[in-house]
Design a protein around this ligand. Structure first.
Ligand code: FAD
Length: 381
């Protein structure tokens, strides 16, 4: 598998890298985290430069970029401002790609250009209070009524629901609990819609993007807002999650690279016992271990992304990349905090935030154990 990135991909990566270098100053990112403030100016900056729509088809204001391009973007954004990468993934990958892959032409024309311009924001609601890993048991119901659907249910951990104009809601339209047949995906308008309410949830990290319990009570949704095929929504969900897993793995790579860079810079200037601590072999080896973790994570991510881009079967590789990268970034963060000593634990250094934030990847859009289960099944275990 050839990872010599073509000129086109290098240009994309370098232009995002430049954007991040200019706009994501440490002091600024730390402040929006402390204030738990949505990264509005950064998100608008991405829209102005045309990065929000790159995954969408050309006829809907997109560029038709593939999964490897997505990995490069998610990696660079996560290196500079992980919360911005999360905001991007929530609206563009989970929300936007649900519409791009499953929406009717009129709906795509209505929603995607506006998402690409940053005027419309989307989110995604699969998880419920009591049902997550075993998604076939979801209890949110979409009942056919008056040519459309009436949705009832409660969704849990919904990131960015306060900002989102529409939410991809996964609901049961027929079948038995446990059955993945009978599931339908709907694009539900959130702003000003009767029957929608939200309860904010406090959490460990990614403070700029808030999480909510989202309640839907008799929410009327027109049939034109069905994404994919009625009762057969699970294949759309899987298709979107494959892209999100690639973005997740790439985010782990980006945030881990940042933790290596910060640890490396720190140990080169911190002096103890009249010696810069990076000269102590034990410290240097920890930083090298961090780097070797990141290199392997990147390899797995690009391989899975390239397989996806080439249209090869890659569910196993994609799941393994997310699984391995989320676990490895935890190790990278743990070592990063350790080599910085007490300062690694202090909020005035980025390591503290990045360590907290990086833990998100072990749960969001599928826990590590869930992914073990998926891969074990694919291995026939
Ligand atoms: C930060 C964050 C953001 C999120 N954002 C969203 C969002 O925007 N939209 C959305 O829909 N969801 C979102 N989620 C939900 C996320 O997808 C779920 O947390 C995830 O699917 C795991 O579900 P759970 O937390 O309920 O764990 P559970 O399903 O209750 O599992 C608990 C533990 O048991 C393990 N486990 C479960 N079943 C098995 C098994 N058969 N064998 C072995 N171990 C098992 C799990 O891996 C986990 O470690 C988010 C979650 C987090 C933490």
């Amino acid at each position: 598998m050839d990872f010599c990135l073509e000129q086109r991909r290098l240009l994309l990566r370098d232009s995002i890298r430049d954007f991040v270098k200019k706009e994501c100053a440490s002091t600024f990112v730390r402040e929006i985290d402390r204030q738990a403030e949505w990264p509005a100016t950064l998100y608008e900056g991405l829209a102005e430069l045309g990065y929000l729509g790159i995954l969408f088809p050309e006829e809907y204001s997109g560029v038709g970029c593939d999964a490897l391009d997505l990995a490069l973007v998610a990696e660079e954004l996560s290196c500079g401002c992980y919360a911005l990468a999360v905001a991007y993934r929530q609206s563009i990958v989970l929300g936007g790609m649900s519409v791009a892959l499953g929406g009717a032409d009129d709906l795509k024309r209505e929603v995607l250009p506006s998402v690409a311009e940053g005027k419309t924001t989307l989110t995604w609601a699969l998880t419920e209070r009591d049902i997550s890993s075993d998604a076939g048991y979801i209890t949110t119901v979409a009942r056919p009524e008056g040519g459309g659907y009436v949705v009832n249910g409660t969704k849990m951990f919904i990131y960015g629901a306060d900002r989102a104009d529409h939410c991809t809601v996964i609901a049961r339209t027929s079948g038995e609990p446990g059955d993945r047949q009978g599931i339908t995906v709907l694009l539900v308008p959130l702003k000003g819609t009767p029957g929608i309410s939200m309860r904010p949830l406090r959490k460990m990290g990614t403070w700029p993007v808030k999480a909510f319990e989202l309640q839907l009570r008799d929410v009327a949704v027109p049939a034109t807002r069905v994404l994919g095929t009625v009762d057969e929504g699970w294949s759309l969900v899987r298709g979107v999650l494959d892209l999100e897993y690639i973005a997740s793995a790439a985010s782990s790579v980006g945030i881990s690279q940042r933790m290596v860079d910060d640890a490396s810079a720190y140990v080169k200037q911190r002096v103890q016992f009249d010696t810069v601590i990076g000269k102590f072999q034990a410290v240097a080896h920890m930083v090298v271990d961090m780097l070797s973790d990141v290199e392997l994570m990147r390899y797995m991510t690009y391989r899975a992304a390239l397989m996806h881009a080439q249209g090869l079967p890659c569910t196993k590789e994609v799941a393994l990349a997310k699984l391995y990268c989320s676990r490895s970034s935890e190790r990278v963060g743990k070592n990063g905090v350790q080599v910085m000593g007490g300062y690694g634990y202090m909020a005035e250094f980025d390591m503290e935030r990045n360590y907290r934030d990086s833990r998100r990847e072990a749960f969001a859009s599928g826990s590590s154990l869930e992914l073990h289960g998926l891969v074990a099944k694919l291995m026939g275990l």
